[in-house]
Design a protein around this ligand. Structure first.
Ligand code: BTN
Length: 324
């Protein structure tokens, strides 16, 4: 029995006896008891009421592939191979594994979401905090024409799509921090990790992963200011991860389609309008470069006005690494 089946049964907030759960889930009462313990250990707020049964003390926002599919455009669903996993090491790694199995969805775009990641990866080898039930962790397996050299700007395209999806959900003041971060009032709300998988007949196989903080209120060991949708809304909104996932998937696929057809130049104005660095005094993290942020060029490279003139920083050099 999966935790998800149990949580679904308890999601009405009522008390369910062990006996009734055993019948509904087609397992023994001992199996129910064990599953309740496992779910409690994972952090699900299940209360045990002696002699009565079990109940959820808070509503749990479960991810559900069927719900996501049912709210996406039918034509889009047909193009996707969308899976929701309970736990995985990394949704980016899972896409790589699934794509290397020849029978798996070779003509569709793979989308993998997970409720929790045990080895969520961030940029530059950092860990991406991925507690269960809290946030969105999703990855897309993309095949883009033109090989690796045509990928400059992809992370900015995905960033723009995430920003637009969030704005459509009513989140204001979203800014983009070149090249990969989605920010809200100076704190990081989401990050993007683009990993290259391989080149096949002139097309690049890429994994684009997005981590978006949704319900998270506490996180140990994060070395930069961060926020979440729950923090931004301050309890004034009940976020539903399935609904957010629908908006993200639709926006990312539409943006990637446009990027495949016309390249990055089209996205320059929309990315630029949310540029966190524009007009700011900047210093490159590695190296001695100092200057004022001037926005991006038509390929997505960042421009800095230095004392020696305009310097260009390539997106590809900084934001991408090859999957090993
Ligand atoms: C960053 O460092 O800002 C990038 C974070 C990317 C995290 C996401 S969560 C889904 C996908 N799977 C991973 O292991 N990483 C990305």
């Amino acid at each position: 029995m999966k935790t998800k089946a149990l949580i679904n049964r308890l999601s009405d907030g009522a008390v369910h006896s062990g006996a009734s759960l055993a019948v509904e889930l087609g397992v023994s009462r001992t199996a129910v008891w064990k599953q309740v313990h496992r779910a409690q250990e994972k952090g699900y707020p299940i209360e045990t009421l002696r002699g009565q049964g079990y109940r959820l003390t808070e509503s749990v926002d479960l991810l559900d592939a069927e719900r996501i599919r049912s709210r996406l455009d039918k034509a889009l669903v047909e193009r996707l191979d969308l899976v929701v996993l309970e736990t995985v090491d990394s949704t980016n790694a899972e896409i790589v594994r699934r794509r290397s199995r020849p029978q798996d969805g070779c003509h569709s775009m793979m989308v993998c979401l997970a409720d929790a990641q045990t080895a969520g990866r961030g940029r530059r080898g950092k860990v991406w905090q991925s507690p269960p039930g809290e946030n969105l962790y999703l990855s897309f397996g993309l095949t883009l024409p033109g090989g690796f050299s045509a990928l400059d700007g992809l992370s900015l395209v995905v960033g723009s799509a995430v920003a637009e999806a969030l704005e459509a959900l009513g989140v204001e003041d979203i800014q983009l921090k070149w090249p990969n971060d989605i920010m809200h009032k100076g704190s990081k709300l989401a990050g993007i990790l683009i990993e290259l998988q391989g080149e096949l007949e002139g097309a690049a196989q890429v994994v684009a992963g997005i981590g978006l903080n949704v319900h998270m209120q506490h996180a140990a060991g994060v070395d930069q200011p961060w926020t979440s949708l729950a923090r931004i809304a301050g309890g004034g909104h009940e976020w539903r991860r399935n609904n957010i996932a629908v908006h993200l998937v639709a926006a990312v696929v539409a943006a990637v389609d446009r990027f495949s057809e016309s390249g990055f130049a089209d996205f320059q104005p929309q990315w630029q309008s949310r540029d966190l660095f524009f007009g700011e005094e900047l210093k490159a993290v590695q190296g001695e470069l100092k200057g004022i942020g001037c926005g991006i060029d038509a390929s997505g490279n960042y421009l800095i006005q230095t004392i020696n003139g305009i310097e260009t920083i390539r997106a590809g050099e900084i934001s991408m690494r090859v999957v090993t």
